[in-house]
Design a binder for this molecule. Structure first.
Ligand SMILES: Nc1ncnc2c1ncn2[C@@H]1O[C@H](COP(=O)(O)OP(=O)(O)OP(=O)(O)O)[C@@H](O)[C@H]1O
Ligand SMILES: [Mg+2]
Length: 464
């Protein structure tokens, strides 16, 4: 105890393949699997490090230096188990391209806190950030007022993606007319980043705007990169299919940055089969809690398992050490705070919020112009009319046997206001006929036009 051991071993060419980590720990007489770290070079060498205690148990807060982009366009987001800094590239100086970044992990793994670290760094480095926090703004509350555009609904996220594509296209035309091929680090235009937290809500099967939003994310990946428009998704996905289909992400992330926090079972297989993780590489799973579970008798009065959690532990799959476990720097307090967390607010610094270049403001559209006012403009031109222009989708209404869709929506709203996602979820589970997201959208439009509901800031409320 108290000492660190490093054991270098020769492996068959191509690596160990699957090995039993618990058996290795038992052979080394180590009870806490997090104290043993195995890294492979994918060829014929493996390094086994045995730590005296879990090396990632303590998490220091980020320093100002960590949050400042280095010469290569990178920030430091945390530390690997061996104490080395974990770099995340926001901008690639060599190719002049803004990055695409994905944070995956199961619920509570630390996606939103990790995102706050990145958002704070973006602000400090002069990047314009547009953020859609699709848990009604609850996931990253401190970001409000620290980003140029803060959206909390699917509708506004959709507007946001559209606006980002428009800005990217405008920059593309402008740069082409100047004979330039890439975005430059000292470009007069700022780096623009669009971030969607809870992106699965927007992109998963059955989500109201899935197809269109997926197309926009893809488009942004294509056009945004070379003109300084980056995109990031934080998502609780166990399957790439939940994220607009695996093509979208594969395309978006092949050269982007992928960070995997604690995952649920199916994810790993997917990442390997999708080529995001090299075949033969094995990641040691991230447990939910640190330390060793002690067996307790049911007669034991104190049966609570109060071991610290592993939130913020992750792998940077596209980084320098894809199979080395890391931990994000500490972002705010672990215990919930009443209201905003002052430590997180401080991370953003008190500098001004970087703003979009004046030449692109008009192209960002009307929703951008009214951002922050609670007004959400119709997504399609025909939605503002009498609600009859959209064709009623088949299967929505079934008079007689069950309630009509509008009445099912009204029933759902009797329990309180809901956003479109909430309405969709409610009617999906009310025991009635299956409905298409488009039908719900149209029915909401009709109810609004009839004055039976009001929609404000993306929330639908029964009219009184
Ligand atoms: N880097 C961090 N520093 C300090 N605390 C953290 C960090 N990451 C996570 N936590 C703790 O874990 C909790 C859950 O983290 P977070 O909300 O980021 O998870 P999430 O993956 O976004 O979960 P969900 O899917 O429910 O949105 C936080 O409330 C906080 O207590
Ligand atoms: Mg979250």
């Amino acid at each position: 105890m108290g000492q660190l051991y490093e054991i270098e071993i020769a492996t068959p060419y191509g690596g160990l393949g699957r090995y039993d980590h618990m058996a290795l720990c038992a052979a080394l007489r180590v009870d806490d699997p997090a104290r043993v770290v195995v890294e492979q070079d994918g060829m014929s060498r493996a390094l086994v490090t045995v730590y005296p205690s879990n090396p990632l148990a303590a998490t220091p807060a980020p320093t100002d230096h960590d949050l400042t982009m280095d010469r290569k366009g990178r920030i430091v987001i945390g530390r690997y188990h061996n104490g080395r800094p974990v770099h995340l590239r926001l901008y690639d100086i060599l190719t002049g391209s803004a990055q695409r970044i994905a944070l995956f992990g199961t619920t509570g793994a630390g996606k939103s806190r990790s995102l706050q670290l990145i958002l704070a760094a973006l602000k400090r480095n002069g990047a314009v950030t547009w953020l859609a926090d699709l848990k009604s703004g609850q996931s990253v509350p401190e970001a409000k007022g620290q980003v140029d555009w803060h959206a909390t609904t699917q509708e506004e996220a959709f507007h946001m993606l559209r606006a980002a594509v428009a800005v990217a296209e405008e920059r593309m035309r402008r740069y082409a007319s100047l004979g330039r091929t890439a975005f430059l680090k000292d470009d007069p235009d700022p780096l623009l980043f669009v971030w969607i937290d809870e992106a699965n809500r927007l992109l998963e099967k059955g989500a109201p705007y899935r197809d269109e939003a997926t197309a926009l994310v893809k488009e942004l990946g294509r056009t945004g990169r070379s003109v300084g428009v980056g995109a990031g998704l934080a998502a609780q996905a166990s399957h790439l299919e939940e994220m607009g289909g695996s093509d979208t992400l594969r395309g978006m992330l092949k050269e982007g940055e992928v960070i995997l926090l604690r995952w649920s079972s199916g994810m790993m297989r997917q990442l390997v089969s999708d080529g995001l993780l090299p075949t033969g590489e094995q990641l040691q799973p991230i447990p939910k809690y640190l330390g060793v579970r002690t067996l307790r008798s049911r007669l034991d009065a104190d049966a609570d398992d109060d071991r610290p959690g592993t939130q913020g532990m992750a792998y940077h799959l596209t980084g320098e050490h894809p199979t080395a476990m890391l931990r994000f720097s500490r972002v705010g307090s672990i215990a919930p705070t009443p209201g905003l967390d002052p430590e997180i607010v401080e991370l953003y610094g008190d500098g001004p919020v970087p703003a979009l270049e004046a030449t692109s403001v008009d192209l960002a559209g009307e929703q951008y112009a009214v951002r922050g006012t609670g007004v959400i403009l119709p997504l399609y031109d025909d939605e503002s009319g009498d609600g009859t222009s959209a064709p009623a989708p088949s299967g929505a209404a079934s008079p007689g046997r069950s309630l009509r869709l509008p009445d099912r929506i009204i029933a759902a709203l009797r329990n309180g206001p809901l956003d479109t996602y909430g309405v969709l979820e409610a009617v999906k589970t009310d025991g009635g006929k299956a409905v298409k997201p488009g039908s719900v959208r149209n029915a909401l439009g009709d109810l609004k036009a009839d004055g039976r509901i009001t929609s404000d800031g993306g929330m639908h409320t029964l009219a009184d």
